[in-house]
Design a protein around this ligand. Structure first.
Ligand code: SF4
Length: 227
């Protein structure tokens, strides 16, 4: 047999095997060969905001529960169009159980007021709900453990715009290593919401020259909220 005949025979054999497999699958009730894998449902998928809060308040999913005074779940309007997401609670937040209440939080409040909004109109949360010791950066395993709380918060509140405050929140939400200076200034798509990344208020306390950029970002957010 020539080489060419061998190739053709091999090909026909392969086609017959594939046909047999497809027919077998159809008899078993599969109508599509490559069904899309569905994302596993989060353990919080059926929780409302109150149930989610209660779950977080007793959470021991990562080691951060050992050093916390309290869990800082989030605060504000549950039907907010705008949601700010920061990194993790600091000492003041850990004392009071409310996000963004220290010096950086006071600056955030002034930014919100300059946008002609009130804190009660918006929702504020962090990626991590318990204070990392000494305000160190959260570890990947802590982010992985805590992020489902934030994702469910976003799913329930359904904000029109999310504003990620600082490198850490922006990189975590957008699953990127890009710098905050390259991420800020324009909207990103985040599960159907518009996401604007901007500098963290704590950064602005140390680098006041960044305020102009933040204000530019907030003007874009205000315009988007009006559409
Ligand atoms: S940081 Fe999040 S995952 Fe870790 S203990 Fe606190 S609430 Fe639970």
């Amino acid at each position: 047999m020539s080489d060419q005949n061998e190739v053709v025979e091999g090909y026909l054999e392969l086609v017959a095997t594939v046909r047999e497999y497809v027919e077998e699958q159809m008899q078993l009730g599969f109508t599509e060969l490559f069904e899309e894998e569905e994302e596993p449902e989060s353990e919080f998928a059926q929780f409302d905001l109150e149930q989610l809060r209660n779950e977080a308040m007793g959470c021991e999913r990562c080691e951060l529960h050992q050093g916390r005074n309290t869990v800082v779940f989030g605060a504000g309007s549950e039907s907010a169009d705008l949601m700010f997401v920061g990194e993790a609670p600091g000492a003041d937040e850990d004392d009071q159980g409310v996000p963004f209440v220290g010096r950086a939080g006071q600056l955030l409040t002034r930014i919100i007021e300059a946008m002609e909004l009130k804190r009660e109109d918006i929702y504020i949360a962090n990626v991590i709900k318990c204070r990392p010791p000494g305000n160190r950066n959260p570890k990947p395993v802590e982010i992985e453990s805590c992020e489902p709380f934030l994702l469910r918060q976003i799913e329930l509140i359904k904000p029109k715009v999310i504003c990620a405050l600082g490198t850490f929140a922006a990189q975590t939400l957008l699953r990127t290593n890009q710098s905050i200076s390259s991420l800020r200034g324009s909207f990103h798509d985040y599960h159907g919401c518009k996401l604007m990344a901007t500098y963290h208020p704590a950064y602005l306390l140390r680098n006041p020259h960044g305020k102009r950029d933040v204000w530019e970002d907030m003007q874009k957010v205000m315009a988007e909220l009006k559409t």
